[in-house]
Design a protein around this ligand. Sequence first.
Ligand SMILES: *Cc1c(COP(=O)(O)O)cnc(C)c1O
Length: 396
Amino acid sequence: MADMTSSPRPLLNRRLAEFGTTVFAEMSALALRTGSINLGQGFPDTDGPEEVREAAVRALRDGRGNQYPPGPGVPELRTAVTAHQRRRYGLSFDPDTEVLVTAGATEAIAAALLALVEPGDEVVALEPYYDSYAACVALAGGRRVPVTLRPQGGRFRLDLDELRDAVTDRTRLLLINTPHNPTGTVLTREELAAIAELAVERDLLVVTDEVYEHLVYDDAEHVPLATFPGMRERTVTISSAGKTFSFTGWKVGWITAAPELVTAVRSAKQYLTYVSAGPFQYAVAEALALPDSYFDGFRSDLQRKRDLLGDGLRAAGFEVYQPQGTYFVTTDITPLGEKDAYAFCHALPERCGVVAIPNSVFYDAPDVGRNQVRFAFCKKDDTLSEAVDRLRRLAS
Ligand SMILES: *Cc1c(COP(=O)(O)O)cnc(C)c1O
């Protein structure tokens, strides 16, 4: 056997070399070690609706989905997805040819990029990025081209000129995320219309991560990119039951897209997991048929949590970029006399027993976002109140 330790060749291949362990693992370990409240990773600490959990138990007991489900996903779920898209957005998709169930949105992102990107293709993506985007573009051999969202008037905005300038003859696709993690920005109708026009004009594919479609606050509105003129045939839309129903461990996601796009993405997906989460697919089919009151209640619940944490962060001295969507609030630590989010987040557990994530990890240029820190508010009210009490120590 070769002596791996003396090998001059690194074990991890070149495409992934720049992606070490994620900061989430590091910060979650720190939370555990220091007994801190973990507002780093974005998972809810309360499960979703009881009837949906029971639906999963029923499916397991009735022997539905305990063996490999069909490659595109179980028909019940595909039909429920199309009914949801019609009911919420007036979009009509064919459950047989235009829906693909995936192992969470994470696999949908990976499969879409692996299927649609050739080595050397450029992928224009909104920065700060969700953490799997850069790695998946790299796995596909693509080149990522960031367009940076910048704070302006209390929220992060997309500079449409910068977006247009980022597109070249080598651009294959636009990778969009709205509502946007980590900034909490919800792209406006005007911003989305401009993205759509650009995609049509330059004949680009669009992959749009809309996992927070149901988490929009105040008078913000989630408008799927696929609803804009010329977009339905070029857009892969990604959703996740993890985020919409608070079952992140189930890993049920899906895409909706035109048949040729679904076929392409499925070509990659079949060699990743082939299929997953059989019984949970039946439960998510039932969840999607929940009345509007579920979705409204979920949203108002999270909006209240946003305000609870946001008010606390302001009181503690942070500048808060009010999120209009998602689980997350991005803050600026400059008013606290701090400059380096990474160092700040490492010290925070010792200083006041709270864990957060430095946004610098979501940027290509580590300097941008150097003073930004992200907190998750998808936690129990008691946990958030306790976190707010602890954070107050920073102000004194
Ligand atoms: C959580 C998240 C995902 C991953 O969703 P899963 O269904 O858990 O795989 C993808 N994109 C964004 C923006 C997310 O926040």
